[in-house]
Write a protein that binds this ligand. Sequence first.
Ligand SMILES: NC(=O)c1ccc[n+]([C@@H]2O[C@H](COP(=O)([O-])OP(=O)(O)OC[C@H]3O[C@@H](n4cnc5c(N)ncnc54)[C@H](OP(=O)(O)O)[C@@H]3O)[C@@H](O)[C@H]2O)c1
Length: 277
Amino acid sequence: MRISHSTTNGEAYVHEIPQFGLGVFLMSEEGECKSACLAALEAGYTHIDTARAYSNEHEVGEALKESGTSREDVFLTTKLRRMHAIGYDEVLEHCQKSLEYLDTDYIDLYLVHAPPEDEAHREPVWRGMEYCLEQGWVKAIGVSNFGAHHLDMMRSYARYLPAVNQIEMNPWLQRPALRAATEAIGAKVMAYSPLARGHKLDDPALQVIAERLGCTPAQVAIKFCHEMGCITIPKSSKPERISENLASLDVDISSEMQAISALECGYISGWDPTSEP
Ligand SMILES: NC(=O)c1ccc[n+]([C@@H]2O[C@H](COP(=O)([O-])OP(=O)(O)OC[C@H]3O[C@@H](n4cnc5c(N)ncnc54)[C@H](OP(=O)(O)O)[C@@H]3O)[C@@H](O)[C@H]2O)c1
């Protein structure tokens, strides 16, 4: 999938992003993230989504080196921590730290983890992100947990609009309006918590759909996000689930799209900064 930054003069900074990847949130035991990344790279994953807030960027970097995979064959997404999103200089400083932890020369996609809490910080933070892009420290910049009003505000101060908005999206929280607002500024939707953090996998309606399709409930939820055009990043620390989740891409769910869409219930599995001022 292609991501790009639209500017008033046309498009610049075009980059290819794999539409599927491994999320590494809540891998708090030492070595857990590294093992999961190694299992994922072995299984054929080409995209890893981490964040400064997850305190495991160094394990992602170690896994990449240990796996022997070439840097250009893996897409690395990481995020500017919310507590660091307080000014232009802080963005530059923390981007450099992420590069150091990941032990890499460039980050493929760098995201503002959530709208900076102080509204006055939003413009200087984005200016810092744009600087990182222009320096080549990162190949693409984007946001996460931005609501439609946050995205609209960006039109007044961004020179490069975001390439991606990473938001919670899954069969139980489909967000058609926010997905449309994201696409309207030229960004792609990246679906986090595609399994609603595992909270809904025993949903009887989902289990019936999975039985009809001959796949697992997790595969239905993941393939749904993918089918809706989202970049999809399920998390698992278990090698067998890491493979199961990747195999969801081969499941044909077209006959069940209506039934899956009917699972919508506005369920938020974690936090939701998109509704903040
Ligand atoms: N930008 C943001 O604010 C934000 C917020 C949340 C998440 N994210 C990103 O999105 C990624 C994914 O979201 P998430 O970690 O919140 O949750 P998720 O991917 O929706 O669900 C992960 C949970 O589901 C379980 N699981 C995974 N595969 C399974 C399978 N095949 N069968 C049964 N259970 C399965 C995992 O357990 P096991 O590990 O034990 O398999 C874990 O408990 C994160 O890792 C992170 O990279 C971003």
